[in-house]
Design a protein around this ligand. Structure first.
Ligand code: FO1
Length: 304
């Protein structure tokens, strides 16, 4: 079975990791959000691409989910001593990624080519693609005005109340090389449990049409997100955060929806969206959970 997965940061990367453990490299392509990308300290940083790659490569910090395991912080602490910004925690190994990506971009290489080379260097055999090789910037409209994504997410720690989102550059952004083919060749598209508003919507706006079976795994369990501000965003936008809200979020493209046991009471309402449902344990703390959920998802797709 050929799968194309759509993923953002930490939560999405975990399911992508589970899928990569089961599917052969030629049967899984992961398309990653680049709306979180930004320039910082003179470097071009791609947090979600790096989170997915580090996770697939077994290089990710298991506590945070982002950045590298066994990291040191000498560079950023010396930047801070010099009066530079240290709010975005860049580890020494991680900085190598940003330096080399920035050098290659300046030489005119594409983000998809750079990602391909980095995956090779990190021993990752599955295909990881940025959603686009053109810049897209998620802007968060809030009660403190419009904020760039990392300013909102890290610097302001998601405190501002969101009013809406804008994906600057998305209209002009073509899908990256290989994205259309990955969708066309897939038996199904899996939307990983990432933030629907700021991790998955940018990808869907770049891809536009998906005429394939689409399955989404809810990032909200029991009305809460495991990590990140998705539930808070739903609330601030006047929507009760729940698995049902996520199913409604994707209803125009959904074929199947995976919700947690904790939300089984919502199953009928989700079925009423003309969506098939799978109820299972969607928490992914360890690699065994990731592969178990990935197996459940693949089995479920087989039944769609
Ligand atoms: N998230 C934080 O909450 N605090 C940080 O200091 C931080 C640093 C960081 C460095 C590299 C990287 O690839 C990701 C990093 N993240 C950090 C996560 C980042 O904000 C992502 O955009 C989120 O994971 C949302 O996808």
């Amino acid at each position: 079975m050929k799968i194309t997965a759509l993923a953002g940061g930490v939560g999405g990367a975990k399911l992508a990791h589970g899928l990569a453990h089961i599917l052969a490299p030629e049967d899984l392509t992961i398309i990653v959000n680049t709306g979180d990308d930004f320039e910082h300290l003179g470097m071009y940083i791609c947090p979600d691409l790096d989170t997915v790659c580090y996770t697939l490569g077994g290089l990710a910090n298991p506590e945070t989910g982002w950045g590298r395991v066994g990291e040191s912080w000498n560079t950023i602490s010396n930047v801070e001593k010099l009066g530079g910004p240290a709010w975005f925690r860049l580890g020494d190994q991680d900085i190598a990624t940003h330096l080399e990506r920035t050098r290659r971009l300046k030489e005119g290489q594409s983000l998809s080519q750079i990602t391909k080379d980095f995956c090779k260097a990190w021993g990752i055999q599955h295909t990881v693609l940025p959603m686009s090789d053109s810049p897209v910037r998620t802007m968060v409209d809030s009660d403190e005005g419009e904020l760039a994504f990392q300013e909102y997410f890290v610097h302001r720690q998601c405190v501002p109340k969101v009013k809406g989102f804008r994906f600057d550059g998305v209209e002009a952004a073509e899908p990256a090389v290989g994205v259309k083919e990955a969708i066309d060749q897939a038996d199904a598209v899996v939307i990983c449990p990432s933030n629907p508003w700021v991790s998955i919507d940018p990808i869907l706006q770049v891809i536009k049409k998906i005429d394939k079976p689409v399955l989404a795994v809810s990032p909200i369990i029991g009305g809460k997100t495991v990590k990140g501000p998705a539930a808070k965003m739903y609330e601030e936008l006047g929507i009760e955060p729940s698995a049902l809200a996520v199913a409604r979020h994707y209803r125009t493209i959904l074929t199947g929806f995976v919700l947690d046991n904790a939300d089984s009471v919502m199953e009928n309402e989700i079925k009423n969206l003309n969506v098939k449902t799978l109820i299972t344990d969607t928490l992914m703390n360890h690699l065994t959970d990731r592969t178990r959920l990935a197996k459940d998802v693949l089995h479920f797709i087989g039944s769609l």
